[in-house]
Design a protein around this ligand. Structure first.
Ligand code: NAD
Length: 513
């Protein structure tokens, strides 16, 4: 099989045949079991990662806790300078890192590069922000007094990430956490552990060049049990966890039990509303990329199309027609639109969802199925499916992390479509396709979409750095990356300062001695 430059990429990233999955920077060690990382692209073993034991974890936490005390002493703009250097290093290594993402996770090479570009963008954002961690002054009711609000670093931030964005989600968190004065411990997905090794090698080089101590960036590896080391650990004031709603329900509860903070970025069930005035030139690429991009494995993937009955046939035919143009195959080969699912478990979930949809009365418009034969040896390549369904079907209410698109009709006013769009437990991303200003504004109003992301005339996937990213309801309520998302990585402090010679009490309370 053609190598597509993978060997060279691994070499450039310092990823070996066997790697320590525990690291505090330049110090790598690990005494747990081995995870073997197989590529869903061709089924080949890419490399092995030794996982983190409890003793390894405690060593990491000792180093990280110590590092926090010196990192927070460095002025924020100087911490920004480190993040600037990290962003530049990512520019140099965009090609190999993008290739590794594509090969280990299975997304298209373009999307692999896109993920690295997001890391670069969040670094740039964080560098600017490092001079803007502003608090405020607040007028006091007492004479000769002033009130102030300050933001201080929070401590060791725990990051748990999903397989589908194996590098960007880490950077979204770390770039902000670092400028805020925090240190980070990252547990990557056990389905993409080599990506964490590569990222850690990159930042370790920058930290070493700047003679910074061990512990500012740490990785640990393993399955949910290693994640639990962090969720139960009172030394970690903030756990940022990205993954399924099932995981978030456990992590949120565990962290809350010890009064920690959690930032949850969980599953979506994203819909596009297609109104009578929608422009098909925008609808078709928006819906199709949303549904099949990353083989339907984005948290923002389009799962439902809610189409007005007056344009239903036309839209359905155009979308079904576009599916006929899609090429499925090795994602490193840029002529293919769609790569594989992450593993065979995901393939089985996809097949079961199609059967369930049929059993509930769904009408299959584009048949799914697993691809076999040359180029599909990994067994992870599937055909994207389209099914006419109803919103109340149990399977439609559920996020299936695969390229299955459900089509449904609405009649009458936009309110009906909005009700359907909101009629699921998740609340991540949503979109409306319309040329009617009133419909668009209604959709964006308080009475419109209940999602954290609501778009007009673009699809549900493909967020950019700058806006806060995240969703409501079972999506977990967290916000990352843009806007004021930095505040979650800091602790807030309110100060009252008396510069008078008296001691007046608030609310006019008298206490004479
Ligand atoms: P997953 O929930 O299976 O695993 C995610 C991570 O959580 C992994 O690192 C896993 O080891 C860890 N984990 C699982 N149970 C844990 C526990 N009890 N304690 C501590 N850690 C635990 O998810 P996945 O299959 O890797 O990713 C797909 C899911 O992620 C989808 O639901 C998708 O929508 C969601 N996702 C959401 C966003 C977002 O920003 N909202 C982004 C990407 C992915």
């Amino acid at each position: 099989a053609t190598d597509f430059g993978i060997k060279e990429a691994l070499k450039q990233l310092g990823v070996n045949a066997i790697n320590d999955g525990t690291s505090t920077g330049s110090d790598n060690f690990s005494n747990g079991d081995i995870i073997e990382s197989y590529s869903p692209v061709d089924g080949q073993l890419i490399g092995k990662v030794r996982t983190t034991t409890r003793a390894d974890y405690d060593k990491v936490m000792d180093v990280a806790t110590k590092a926090f005390k010196s990192w927070r002493d460095i002025p924020a703009p100087q911490r920004g300078e480190i993040v600037r250097q990290f962003g530049n290093k990512l520019r140099d290594l965009k090609e190999p890192l993008g290739k590794l993402v594509s090969y280990e996770m299975g997304k298209s090479l373009q999307e692999g590069y896109g993920e690295v570009q997001e890391m670069i963008d969040i670094c740039d954002f964080a560098v600017g922000l490092s001079r803007q961690l502003n608090g405020q002054t607040i007028p006091s009711e007492r004479p000769g007094h002033v009130m102030r609000e300050q933001w201080h670093p929070i401590g060791v931030v725990g990051i748990i990430s999903a397989f589908n964005f194996p590098v960007a989600v880490w950077a979204w968190n770390t770039a902000l956490a670092w400028i805020c004065g925090d240190v980070c411990v990252w547990k990557a997905s056990e389905k993409a552990p080599l990506c964490s090794v590569a990222c850690q090698n990159i930042i370790a080089g920058i930290l070493k060049e700047n003679k910074l101590p061990e512990g500012i960036s740490c990785i640990i590896n393993g399955d949910y049990k290693v994640g639990e080391f962090m969720t139960t650990d009172t030394r970690i004031p903030l756990v940022s966890a990205t993954g399924s709603t099932r995981m978030g329900r456990i992590v949120g509860k565990t962290v809350a039990e010890r009064f920690g903070k959690s930032l949850l970025e969980l599953g979506g069930n994203n819909a596009i509303i297609i109104t009578p005035s929608a422009d098909l030139k925008v609808v078709v690429p928006g819906a199709v990329f949303g549904a099949v991009g990353t083989c339907g494995q984005r948290c923002t993937s389009t799962r439902r199309l809610i189409i007005h009955e007056s344009v239903y046939d036309k839209v359905r035919d155009a979308i079904v027609g576009a599916y006929g143009q899609l090429t499925i195959g090795n994602p490193l080969d840029e002529k293919n639109h769609i790569g594989p699912l992450i593993d065979k478990d995901a393939v089985n979930m996809y097949l079961a969802a199609i059967e369930k949809a049929k059993a509930e009365g769904g009408n299959v418009l584009v048949e799914g199925g697993v691809l076999e034969g040359e180029g599909y040896e990994s067994g992870c390549y599937v055909k994207p499916a389209i099914i006419e369904a109803e919103n109340h079907f149990e399977i439609v209410q559920h996020e299936t992390f695969a390229p299955i698109l459900y089509l449904m009709k609405y009649s009458g006013d936009i309110e009906n479509a909005i009700e359907t769009q909101n009629g699921v437990a998740q609340g991540l991303s949503s979109a409306i396709m319309t040329n009617e200003m009133k419909e668009a504004e209604k959709f964006l109003s308080y009475a419109g979409s209940d999602c954290g992301i609501a778009n007009v005339n673009i699809g549900t996937s493909g967020a950019e750095i700058g806006g806060a990213f995240g969703g409501e309801k079972e999506t977990g309520g967290g916000r990352e990356s843009g806007s004021d998302a930095w505040k979650v990585y800091m602790r807030r402090q309110t100060n009252t300062i008396n510069y008078s010679d008296e001691l007046p009490l608030a609310q006019g309370i008298k206490f004479d001695l």
